[in-house]
Design a protein around this ligand. Structure first.
Ligand code: SF4
Length: 300
């Protein structure tokens, strides 16, 4: 548990809660504090940058007239957007050589080309309402904000979709967890527009799967994520008032960009390293400059 000056923290309380912010707090309140109160940088890794690039291509593509949404158009959008990514400090920080950059571009292309493999999302046929829609509403007592990748219509009904470039969920439980984000979007968009949202979907564009990760939206389904959001918002306020933020250690510490600032996290990753349980590409390996040797000094 790390204590901080509660007057400063109350003033720094974010004005709105996004699904990713809520999820970070649930994973580890201290990591949330580093990110959202102390505003320490959380540089995205290769897969996050790849997802951002593929999203940007699809966003621009879906803004075209349906007949213009071709693979050639997607490729030309990608070429036009590439210099921005190539000069992004976060991308430069990855330190990719020419071969690795080529592999990055190839993986981006296969991610955004993935939509043509999904029957419901063939770009020429999607009836687009909006892309990258910024929603900012009050959900109960929580000021909520989120960005919805795609809102479109099927048979006149509103559908919310979130594009994912990562791996599709392997278990029903994992799928339910991931669905909470889009159900929150449904609750927020309904609040903002007063329009019924028929379905929410997660679209795994890098996985060439036609399995539907979707839910028909009901009050009952939206209730759980909205209620969890309310609880998380309450816990955030309590932490900011008391100035104490719990550290939740576990395997995620090795992927935490702030691990060198967190004693509990340092001890956790040292144990995992000595047990041979840290992946070579985990940020902790780079942060501490570790190679293959066991570490004997444990932080206090
Ligand atoms: S290192 Fe682990 S315990 Fe520490 S802030 Fe990061 S996730 Fe939380």
């Amino acid at each position: 548990m790390i204590m901080s000056d509660n007057h400063t923290l109350e003033k720094a309380l974010p004005t709105a809660l996004s699904p990713s912010s809520a999820s970070t707090f649930s994973q580890c309140p201290q990591r949330w504090k580093f990110r959202y109160i102390d505003r320490l940088p959380d540089p995205p890794g290769r897969s996050a940058l790849l997802g951002t690039f593929a999203h940007a291509v699809l966003e621009h593509l879906f803004q075209e007239e349906p007949e213009s949404r071709t693979k050639e158009k997607a490729k030309s959008i990608a070429s036009a957007l590439w210099p921005e990514t190539d000069s992004d400090p976060d991308f430069i920080a990855l330190g990719l050589d020419d071969q690795e950059k080529t592999a990055f571009k190839r993986d981006c292309m296969s991610a955004f080309n993935g939509v043509w493999e999904i029957d419901k999302y063939k770009p020429e046929t999607v009836d687009v309402e909006s892309t990258e829609l910024n929603v900012q509403v009050q959900l109960g007592d929580v000021p909520f904000r989120g960005i919805i990748d795609l809102v479109h219509r099927e048979d006149g009904n509103l559908i919310i979709s979130d594009f994912k470039s990562g791996k599709a969920p392997k278990t029903a439980r994992d799928e339910d967890e991931k669905m909470k984000q889009v159900l929150l979007y449904a609750a927020a968009l309904r609040e903002e527009t007063d329009e019924h949202i028929e379905k929410v979907r997660l679209v795994f564009i890098g996985n060439s799967t036609n399995k539907d990760y979707e839910r028909v939206v009901t009050e009952e389904l939206m209730h759980e994520p909205v209620s969890e959001l309310h609880d998380t918002w309450g816990e955030i306020q309590t932490s900011c008032q008391s100035g104490s933020f719990e550290t939740k250690t576990g395997p995620l510490c090795e992927w935490c960009p702030y691990v060198d600032k967190c004693i509990d996290g340092v001890n956790q990753v040292i144990q995992r390293f000595n047990a041979g349980r840290i992946r070579d590409d985990a940020p902790a390996m780079k942060i501490f400059g570790w190679t293959g040797k066991a570490i004997t000094q444990v932080a206090e």
